[in-house]
Structure formats: C-alpha cells, structure tokens
Design a protein around this ligand. Structure first.
Ligand SMILES: [Zn+2]
Length: 183
C-alpha cells in the first residue's frame, strides 16, 4: 500500500490505533484545534498514532498535555466532540491553498465599465481605478439575487498587478471572516 503523501488523498489514509492511543493517560477528549499547517509534500508522521505520514497537520492542544501535537484528520476526528467541524476546517484550508496556487494563472475579465474582475468560489472580485489614489478592490457575492455582502476594501494599490495580488489576500480575509468555523 502506498502511504506516501503524494497520492491523491493522503487525508484518507487510515490512521492506526498505535502511538499515543496505546498510552493509558492520553486524553481522548478536551482537545482544541489551534490551526492547520501544510507541512509539504514529504509530509510528517502523525504525532498521535505515529503510524502514517500527514500533509495537513491539525495543531492540537490540551490543558493536561505540555506540547501541542500535529495530528492528521483521521486521529483528530477521534479527539474532538465534533469531527464534522474538523473535516470542514481541513476542507476550507485545502480550498484556500488551491485558490492561492491557481491565482497567478487566473484570467481576469473586463467589465462593461472597464474594471478588471474575476469570480472565485461564489465571489465577484473587481478592481477599481481610484484616479491618482491608486487601485481599490471590491468583493461581493456573485449571485445578484443574494447580494447582501459587499466589501469595498480600504487598501489601495499602486498598479493593477499589485491590486490583483492584493485582491487574493482580501479574498482570503473575506473567506475566513465569513466561514462559520473558528480557525
Ligand atoms: Zn494519526
């Protein structure tokens, strides 16, 4: 069996019942996720089961355990009360990574009033020329029938290219703010 993180779905590898799970004082509840890290293609061993290599490390802390543990989703799901949220959190993290890596290759359209725009994950992102002040970015929900969200970001950029790069960071902020999960 190929356990390398290069395969298509490293998160679906079966986490073992070994490692910390064999420790009788290892707490099986009360863990809090502090965030997720992409540890790269080579991956690292899951701190909890110590049996599989993981690409996306959920950083888990517990009041009775001195060190944070980097665990894969398969183990995290057994450490928290709400495995659905852990799965959602990892999905959002991976989606952000994908948006980020695709961004430089995205082709911007030009609106009827001449503004470059792009659509991504339900958002419409447009760049406005603010005269001598520079270029601004507006993000709104793409679906006009459900258009209750508009962000006219206050950041200004010197060039259109700067604004396109800045728009990615603003999109990431908006996605994070509007997500109903805490990390
Ligand atoms: Zn594990």
């Amino acid at each position: 069996m190929d356990n390398s993180p290069q395969n298509d779905a490293p998160h679906q590898q079966r986490h073992t019942r070994g490692g910390r799970w064999l420790d009788p004082v290892f707490p099986t509840t009360g863990w809090v996720c502090r965030g997720i890290e992409d540890v790269g293609h080579e991956g690292r061993l899951c701190d909890v089961c110590q049996g599989v290599r993981i690409r996306f490390a959920h950083v888990m802390t517990h009041p009775d355990v001195s060190q944070a543990l980097s665990a894969g989703l398969g183990c995290v799901e057994k450490m928290v009360d709400d495995p659905f949220t852990a799965e959602k959190r990892e999905r959002a993290f991976r989606d952000d990574l994908r948006i980020r890596s695709d961004w430089p290759r995205r082709v911007w359209q030009v609106s009827r009033v001449g503004n470059p725009y792009i659509n991504s994950r339900g958002y419409n992102i447009a760049i406005w020329n603010k005269g001598g002040a520079g270029f601004g970015v507006t993000i709104r929900l793409q679906n006009e029938f459900n258009n209750e969200f508009v962000r006219n970001d206050r950041r200004l950029f010197k060039t259109i290219e700067d604004a396109k790069a800045g728009a990615l960071e603003i999109l990431m902020d908006v996605r994070k703010e509007r997500r109903d999960i805490d990390v």
